[in-house]
Design a protein around this ligand. Structure first.
Ligand SMILES: NC(=O)c1ccc[n+]([C@@H]2O[C@H](COP(=O)([O-])OP(=O)(O)OC[C@H]3O[C@@H](n4cnc5c(N)ncnc54)[C@H](O)[C@@H]3O)[C@@H](O)[C@H]2O)c1
Length: 376
């Protein structure tokens, strides 16, 4: 991708697809000078209209095709995962740069289609991995890049919710619309963060298991996702717990665990642990608790634990920084900080966890060709 530089003399015209989490995108754009959010589109026109009134967005459209016809520079997409691919492909073909919510797509096949469309369009496709822009993540990335940990040989990435299945019976818990459950929804963030710190090594094999212990029994919902009309009839055909083991081409490994509901100690435990030759690190983003970062090294035969200084600017959110980075890359004509190719790697791993869970076999993702191997 060699994105064309956005001329500084005219505003960047942005369109918004979806009226849920897109609020954070709108707020982010409106903090960047020279950016105008000119339209919002979604089949739920009333909710879109309310957002338009609140944020002063001039146009509301039911169909995103009509929004693309306005001749926009960029589009933010935050709609059910299965619609990321068709909307992104159309937006890229219409000449727009695209910021797409996580996961990049509902399946690796769709994600591949999106990466190809971005290459063909010469426009930028960025994944909204907002957790990278939290102060603790930024501090950890600086330490990793400075070589403090040395080469990272293993990572443990966990996002475990004790209870909180989102939007029960709606798109989140319907496989054809979401692509999966806890892993593709929240696990995707911590998996990306681990890979980002490890330098996005190429995965060669994946083994995994998934479970649905709570959803089918209508347990573990808590207060997530609003009221449910008919709980007994609601669709739940995804996992509420997933675990995966990934090997990379450079010999490094990663364990990922993710749940929407599980009997464990915290309401939400979000932890990334990195094991490097020269140091380790533990980052926590657990819900309702201060985020923490600790670094572990040794010196003179003693264990050394440090808490690096975290620059926290409470006036700017991780979403604000993400949107600013997207706009900055468009203006500079540089590749996006979270390119679609990385979103595709995440989706190949998630797809492989699901396939491994179904077949009971390890999935070979090496360039020699994808296949399944009997687990030894
Ligand atoms: N990064 C984060 O922190 C974060 C948080 C929540 C959700 N998300 C992601 O954002 C996306 C949307 O989630 P949400 O919570 O806003 O969902 P939501 O259900 O609140 O909103 C979905 C929106 O998509 C629209 N939509 C539905 N079908 C559509 C279609 N066929 N074409 C166009 N628009 C359609 C709906 O009208 C609605 O406006 C998902 O991919 C989700 O994973 C990210």
């Amino acid at each position: 991708m060699t994105a064309q530089i956005q001329p500084a003399e005219r505003p960047l015209r942005v369109g918004i697809c979806g009226s849920g989490i897109t609020t954070v995108h709108i707020k982010g754009y409106q903090k960047v000078a020279g950016v105008e959010v000119v339209a919002i589109a979604g089949p739920d026109v009333e909710r879109c209209r309310k957002l338009a009134e609140r944020y002063g967005i001039p146009r509301v459209l039911a169909d995103y095709h009509d929004m693309l016809a306005l001749g926009l520079d960029a589009v933010s997409i935050a709609v059910p995962n299965a619609f990321h691919a068709p909307i992104a492909v159309d937006a890229l073909a219409a000449g727009c740069h695209v910021l797409c919510e996580k996961p990049l797509a509902a399946t690796a096949a769709d994600a591949t289609r999106m990466v190809e469309a971005a290459r063909e369009s010469d426009r930028m496709l960025m994944v909204a991995f907002n957790r990278r822009y939290l102060p603790t993540s930024l501090a950890l990335k600086r330490l990793v890049d400075a070589g403090t940990l040395g080469p990272i040989y293993h990572a443990s990435a966990t996002w475990l919710r004790r209870g909180g299945i989102p939007g029960f019976g709606r798109w989140f818990t319907t496989k054809t619309l979401s692509g999966g459950g806890a892993l593709v929804d929240v696990g995707v963030h911590i998996l990306d963060l681990a890979l980002h710190m490890m330098g996005y090594p190429e995965p060669v094999s994946v083994s995994g298991s998934t479970y649905a212990q709570f959803g089918p029994r209508r347990k573990g919902l808590m207060s997530y996702g609003g009221p449910i009309d008919d709980l007994a009839a609601a669709t739940f055909d995804v996992e509420d717990f997933a675990a995966g083991f990934v090997r990379f081409v450079d010999g490094a490994t990663l364990v990922v665990e993710s749940s929407w509901a599980a009997h464990q100690g915290q309401s939400e435990s979000v932890v990334l642990t990195l094991y490097g030759r020269d140091g380790g690190a533990r980052l926590t983003h657990s819900g309702g608790e201060p985020h923490t970062l600790r670094v572990f090294t040794d010196g003179d035969g003693q264990f050394v634990e440090t808490a690096p200084a975290i620059a926290d600017d409470s006036t700017t959110s991780d979403y604000d920084r993400e949107v600013a980075a997207f706009v900055g890359a468009i203006r500079a004509g540089t590749p996006p900080p979270a390119p679609a190719e990385q979103g595709l790697v995440v989706m190949r791993i998630i797809d492989a966890v699901y396939r491994s869970a179904e077949t009971g076999r390890q999935i070979d993702l090496s360039s020699a060709g994808e296949s399944e191997e009997a687990v030894a």
